[in-house]
Every structure is written in C-alpha cells, then in structure tokens.
Design a protein around this ligand. Structure first.
Ligand SMILES: [Zn+2]
Length: 189
C-alpha cells in the first residue's frame, strides 16, 4: 500500500487492538470493530452456525443481494463495500492490495495520511467510520422499511462521522469538523 506518494510500510503488521482501542471514536464503535476483527458479529453465517436447525433469513448480503452474509464479505469484499473503500482511498491518493479479512485490515499499517498525530487520529476515525456505517446500512436494510442509499451518500456519512470524532481530540482542537470533511489531506499536513 502506498499513501500520499510515499512508502507506507507495506507488510508492517501489528496486533489490531493497537489501532482499534487508541482511536478517538465512541466506545460502542470500538467494541463493534473489535467484534468484527474477531469475526463475532451476528451476520447470517454466524447465526446459522449457532442455530443449524433454523432457516435464517435473509442469509444473503443486504448490500449486494448476492453473496452470503459474512463479516469479511459485508465490511470488506462486498462490491458495494469495496466501492466505499475505494472512494476513501481515492480521496487520500492511496492504492492498496485488498486485505484478506477484517483482522488483516486492522492489523496492517496504512499510512494513507502520513504518520503524524493528526494523521493517525483521522485515519483511525475514517477506517472505523467505514465499517460502522456499512454495518448500520446493512441493519437498516434488513430490519427497517428502508431501501438503502448509494455509495456516494454513505461516503458523505463516513466523512461526517470521522471528521466529527476526530474533531473532539486535542490534536484537532482548533479545526472544526466541516474543515476536516472538506479536505482530509490538507488538515493533517
Ligand atoms: Zn454483498
């Protein structure tokens, strides 16, 4: 992976808790991400394993209506989710090799915004906002009378929440969240 035109340390691997628990995101979001990397979310495949004699419905992914509903598919490999990740990476001029799963996603260092304090905080918020909003979108489509939004609208939500969370940290105390939303790269330089 390369970020902001420089080597981002591809292959540098560390335990996922390092970046999950240090992030400036709400506790409920961190707990959700932690469960995701451990593969412990209540997606269709997990529920079906727990209740083999029940027919869990829907058992397909609510975002693409094609593949099975599993954590790694939903948050990473689903065509809808991949487009959201690609939108984020394009906005910060970064390319990547798609990780194998959520554990790898949160175990590999991605220096898309650089290595400063602001960059670490904002990148951590963005990654967690992506998976959190994919999960909310999936649940609303399944449990509510809701048709869903496209990638562009979900990306706006991701940017809003990531900017809001980052703006509550000391490092961004003089930067209002709309400024962060407007230009992710400029606010960390
Ligand atoms: Zn899907």
């Amino acid at each position: 992976m390369t970020g902001a035109g420089e080597n981002c340390g591809e292959g540098e691997i560390f335990p996922p808790y390092t970046q999950i628990w240090k992030a400036k995101t709400p506790l409920k979001v961190k707990i959700f991400v932690w469960q995701a990397v451990l593969g412990k979310l209540n997606t269709g495949d997990t529920l079906q394993r727990r209740c083999p004699y029940l027919c869990i419905s829907p058992h397909w992914c609510a975002l693409c209506n094609k593949a099975g509903d599993s954590v790694d598919h939903l948050l990473l490999h689903c065509p809808f989710s991949l487009k959201l990740w690609e939108t984020l990476l394009q906005e910060v001029n970064t390319v990547w090799v798609i990780p194998e799963g959520c554990f790898e996603l949160f175990s590999i260092r991605i220096d898309a915004l650089g290595r400063g304090k602001k960059a670490n905080i904002l990148w951590g918020s963005l990654m967690q906002a992506v998976v959190w909003n994919l999960w909310l979108e999936r649940n609303r489509r399944i449990f509510e009378d809701y048709k869903g939004v496209g990638v562009a609208e979900l990306w706006d939500r991701v940017k809003f929440w990531a900017a809001l969370w980052a703006s509550t940290s000391l490092a961004f105390k003089d930067v209002p969240y709309p400024s962060i939303m407007r230009n992710l790269l400029a606010v960390v330089s």
